[in-house]
Ligand binder design. Sequence first.
Ligand SMILES: NC(=O)c1ccc[n+]([C@@H]2O[C@H](COP(=O)([O-])OP(=O)(O)OC[C@H]3O[C@@H](n4cnc5c(N)ncnc54)[C@H](OP(=O)(O)O)[C@@H]3O)[C@@H](O)[C@H]2O)c1
Length: 296
Amino acid sequence: MTMSEQNGDERTAVSVIGLGRLGARLAQAFLNAGHGTTVWNRTGSKADALVAQGAVRAADVRAAVAASPLVVLCLPDYATGAELLGPVADGLGGRVLVNLTSGTPEDAVRTADWAREHGAGYLDGAAMSGTRLVGRPEALFVFSGSQEAFAAHRGTLSSLGDARHLGEDPALAPVYDTALFGMVWGALAGFHHSLALAGAAGVAPTAFAAVAVGHMPFIISLLAEHARQIEDDRFPDDDGTVDVHRAAMGHLLDTSRAQGVGTELPELLRTLLERTAAEGHGASGIASVAKAIARG
Ligand SMILES: NC(=O)c1ccc[n+]([C@@H]2O[C@H](COP(=O)([O-])OP(=O)(O)OC[C@H]3O[C@@H](n4cnc5c(N)ncnc54)[C@H](OP(=O)(O)O)[C@@H]3O)[C@@H](O)[C@H]2O)c1
């Protein structure tokens, strides 16, 4: 971020290639934050609403790349990005390519190498908060790759939300992307199961959600606490032992079965607790489950 950008009297121009559900939101956020925004999409009509608000329509991908020092890609996969940018790679020199397409760590490393060969800085990225929150400070965006490129464009990327740089290794963004995706699904699946169980007892989903939200600070506190325990390889039983939780999981399983709701989730969790106990951690704290998972 330049001094003048910090002062708000200069905004880096951005080009967004791919205006699907996410890409259109990204372009909108840059536009809202006052960045000159150039857009290109295969189906041209998807740019209309943005152009009506002041975005510039690029005639083709080459023009989109040429228009801005910061070029953001948001496509279904890396192969599509390679297909579109391959023929215009000679125009990438001196620019920073930010790829918010979902993919694998290998995709990210390969694309970073390719960008470097063509004289471009590269940031791999992942949008972690869906599309609705894009442009708000709570929308998490993770980036990895060139620290220099991130430092230069941090202010612009912060137009999208909470922009975090994870490190120089471009693989880190997809690693966090998939890990956080798994975490969110674990939490949501637990919530969905609770709703079914409470619902079978006549509790309305919104009533249950109101109480569940109040329980979240405790769960959040466990994340940092368990992370520390895992790093220290010490598993105190303050939050209960694996054996105690294994018995409680049996109750959850029995109650679910009795209420006629799906038992997939408690079965999975009981399997994990049983394996952890079988590996000698029955009397350890519950964070020792992470050891069992890491061993596979
Ligand atoms: N949507 C989300 O909540 C979300 C959240 C996090 C990450 N992501 C990731 O963001 C990326 C885009 O997702 P999305 O939801 O925006 O997808 P989407 O709504 O399906 O949009 C796909 C975009 O790619 C373009 N496209 C597809 N094939 C193409 C081709 N062969 N050549 C040129 N353009 C092509 C489409 O153009 P047309 O308009 O011409 O079809 C469209 O602009 C994905 O990797 C996704 O995993 C999405």
